[in-house]
Design a protein around this ligand. Structure first.
Ligand code: GLA
Length: 378
């Protein structure tokens, strides 16, 4: 998290005086990828990296933003139906407009914000921006009357309507509801969730940022979502959560090979989250890891959201005896999440950094995972 003192200093240099400080974390996801918009389960946890903001109402209808990491400023009127063009500021604009639509009497404000979630790395930096502002505006202008799930949905609606990514609810949910030392299993169909203590005796999690992003023009993420919906429609169910492997096989001849593979991955992944929940209750981390590798295989071969750099990182993990590794988040680059025995931690990271550099000529960045609290006022 960016030191709130630094944000306060930047705030007073720019706007004078002080504002209130808020923070919202990024997230990891143990397992359950691309299941959220399919009504399945996800298993995320908030991390100790996030986006923080210092905010103060200014008594006008203007929002004045300064993004400290990018050294970029932007102003917009809350009544402007278009909003800023620069993507980075549209996250805040979208939250403002959605909060207003939800009945919160948002007024103008000044804000400085920044953070340490790597951008576009599959750790939900954009959800952290949305959650940070949604939470703050709810307190500053809405007497805190919207609950956390509603605020998470405001972040999701921002992605849908102002950014054009038809994401699920996992990232915003995790950023809002995170609790230090606990992962969460969310049923994305019912909205029910449980906290699972995360004290993997003898093991730890590490994320490795491949530092590449291959998202193509257009939206491969939305294409995946559309494939899933087509199959669900044909199966006569609301989401793939309610489609069995048997049903999918019956429909196979009516589906494109691609839609079939997409659905096969999702249906398998819904089951894998439940297998991981059981394994966690037994303390069987080797089984958790095995399921992670299976997820990666599905994401690579059937869902086709991996890439050479990420596959290399996962292969290296397997060669080194890491218990589980897979691509994490939306895909097309970004990070792997690795579950490994403590004694492997140092040797694995040394080896993977060396081989990755030799193979691709760039550095990958290991990020030790600390499961931390969700969105809050500082
Ligand atoms: C992105 C989306 C999430 C989820 C993941 C894949 O992070 O924002 O809603 O679909 O991809 O699991």
């Amino acid at each position: 998290m960016t030191d709130p003192k630094i944000l306060q200093q930047a705030f007073s240099a720019r706007f004078g005086g002080e504002g209130s400080a808020y923070t919202a974390p990024g997230r990891i996801n143990l397992i359950g990828e691309h299941t959220d918009y399919n009504g399945g389960f996800v298993f995320p946890g908030a991390i100790d990296r996030g986006i923080s903001a210092v905010i103060r109402p200014n008594g006008t209808h203007m929002v004045n933003l300064y993004a400290i990491d990018l050294d970029m400023a932007c102003s917009f009127n809350i009544d402007d139906p278009q909003g800023p063009k620069v993507m980075h500021f549209r996250y805040v604009y979208g939250v403002v407009r959605e909060m207003m639509a939800a009945g919160v009497e948002v007024q103008g404000f000044d804000a400085v914000y920044g953070g340490d979630v790597p951008l576009g790395a599959g750790m939900s930096s954009s959800a952290a921006v949305e959650c940070c502002f949604a939470y703050a505006l709810n307190e500053l202008f809405g007497q805190g009357r919207l609950d956390k799930m509603t605020l998470a949905r405001i972040g999701q609606a921002t992605e849908h309507k102002y950014i054009g990514v038809m994401c699920g609810i996992m990232d915003q949910f995790a950023s809002m509801h995170g609790k230090a030392g606990f992962l969460m299993r969310l049923d994305c169909h019912s909205g029910e969730y449980h906290y699972f203590p995360w004290h993997p005796d003898g093991y730890r999690l590490v994320v490795i940022n491949s530092c590449v992003k291959h998202e193509l023009v257009g939206s491969p993420y939305n294409d995946r979502r559309n494939s899933c919906q087509r199959v669900a429609d044909l199966a006569g169910v609301e989401t793939l959560r309610d489609c069995s492997h048997e049903k999918l096989e019956q429909l196979r001849s009516q589906l494109s090979a691609e839609d079939y593979r997409r659905a096969r991955y999702v249906i398998g992944e819904v089951d894998r989250v439940l297998a991981v929940s059981d394994a966690l209750e037994r303390g069987d981390y080797e089984e958790v890891g095995r399921q992670m590798y299976l997820t990666h295989k599905g994401l690579k071969e059937d869902y086709e959201v991996s890439c050479d750099e990420i596959d290399f990182l996962v292969d290296q993990a397997r060669i080194m005896g890491v218990s589980g590794a897979r691509i994490m988040g939306g895909g097309f680059g970004g990070c792997t999440v690795n579950l490994l025995r403590n004694d492997l931690y140092e040797p694995f990271l040394a080896q993977v950094q060396k081989t990755y550099r030799a193979r691709f000529g760039i550095d990958c960045k290991p990020i030790p995972v600390v499961i931390a609290d969700g969105t809050r006022r500082l």
